[in-house]
Design a protein around this ligand. Structure first.
Ligand code: 3HC
Length: 313
């Protein structure tokens, strides 16, 4: 059987066990690519239901990957990768033996800070902590951890769908030691991703640039210049994007996009990004979220997915 992680360089030196906290779309994707690269992965969430849902997402996705990397030996590949995963709801079990601890829970600063401070107490002193935050700063997420952990605390920002998108942004906070950053970078590459370096700034590289693009997309529609369907067609066929902005909102999840939008407003109020990034505000995503439409995962967002068999794709 081809080694899981064939598309990566395999486990990084001294790292055997990875803990991923948060079994949603992103967290399960991160756990999957780590398991594919040959790591033992403790996948944790607060409830059995959430963890099992994450395992289901992974099983579906690994089957798609297997067709590509292990033709003719798909079943064995899937079995090996799934065998590397250890689902759990116990934080001490999740992080106790891990060399890398990644959080990928909801974009809520207090929840993230409290989770990381709690995990710090169960983790090995020298394990590296990383946040997959989309729009918060690494230094904010690490705030309630002791200084020794802050020295080993960085950002590892993945893109949806994690098993497909080749990039990982590796974020260095001001408090992070060089050796820990270098290890985190090496770990990112070992997952078969292309890693880029970025400072701890709002939105890092991709989301900072996407924010301006997404905002203009909603404004074109709100001004009545074009329909959202036509904006999508235009950006796909005229600019070569794999998905237009509205399909991408639905794909990422409108709940997540909404939280990201709110965090830009906070950044602007703090003077960290220009007011022009958020003013005038767009109501398109907040209104859909208010109505309970979160995109593909709920069957409806800008588009209707209720007739599609696999809403998560
Ligand atoms: N798991 C495994 N494989 C998957 C997959 C998944 N979840 N989703 C798609 N694939 C594979 C398919 O099997 C297919 O493989 P093949 O080429 O060997 O047949 C390939 O990917 C292409 O998939 P599809 O044919 O189903 O559809 P598309 O060609 O439209 O590709 C897409 C789907 C990769 C999602 C593409 O549309 C895309 O790149 N979209 C843009 C995604 C993007 O911009 N993501 C970043 C969002 S921002 C973000 O995540 C940051 C965060 O902070 C919010």
């Amino acid at each position: 059987v081809p080694r899981p992680g064939k598309r990566g360089s395999g486990p990084a030196a001294g790292i055997n066990v990875v803990a991923v906290f948060g079994a949603g779309l992103m967290g399960s994707g991160i756990a999957q690519v780590a398991a594919q690269a040959g790591y033992t992965v403790n996948l944790a969430d607060v409830s059995d239901k959430a963890v099992q849902n994450g395992m289901k997402i992974i099983a579906r996705s690994v089957a798609r990957v297997a067709k590509k990397v292990a033709p003719g030996q798909e079943d064995e590949y899937v079995k090996t990768v799934l065998g590397n995963l250890r689902p759990t709801t116990d934080p001490s079990v999740a992080v106790g033996n891990a060399e890398i601890v990644i959080e990928s829970i909801v974009e809520n600063i207090e929840l993230k800070q409290n989770l990381m401070a709690a995990l710090d107490k169960h983790a090995k002193p020298d394990s590296i902590f990383a946040t997959n935050t989309s729009a918060l700063l690494v230094k904010e997420v690490s705030e309630k951890c002791p200084a020794a952990r802050k020295a080993r605390f960085g950002g590892l920002h993945f893109f949806n769908p994690v098993p497909v998108m080749r990039l990982v942004e590796v974020i260095r906070s001001d408090t992070m030691e060089d050796a820990a950053y270098d290890r985190l970078f090496e770990f990112g590459e070992s997952l078969g991703k292309v890693a880029v370096k970025c400072k701890d700034t709002p939105g890092f590289i991709v989301n900072r640039i996407l924010a301006a693009y997404n905002r203009e997309a909603t404004m074109v529609v709100e001004r009545g210049d074009a329909s959202f369907e036509d904006v999508d067609k235009a950006m796909e066929l005229g600019a070569g994007y794999p998905m237009g902005p509205f399909k991408l909102f639905d794909y990422v999840g409108l709940d997540t996009c909404n939280l990201i939008g709110m965090s830009w407003a906070i950044r602007a109020a703090q003077g960290l990004v220009p007011e022009s990034m958020v003013d005038p505000p767009s109501n398109m995503i907040p209104e859909l979220v208010e109505e309970g439409h979160f995109g593909r995962k709920t069957g409806r967002g800008f588009y209707d997915y209720s007739k599609e068999k696999n809403k998560l794709r």
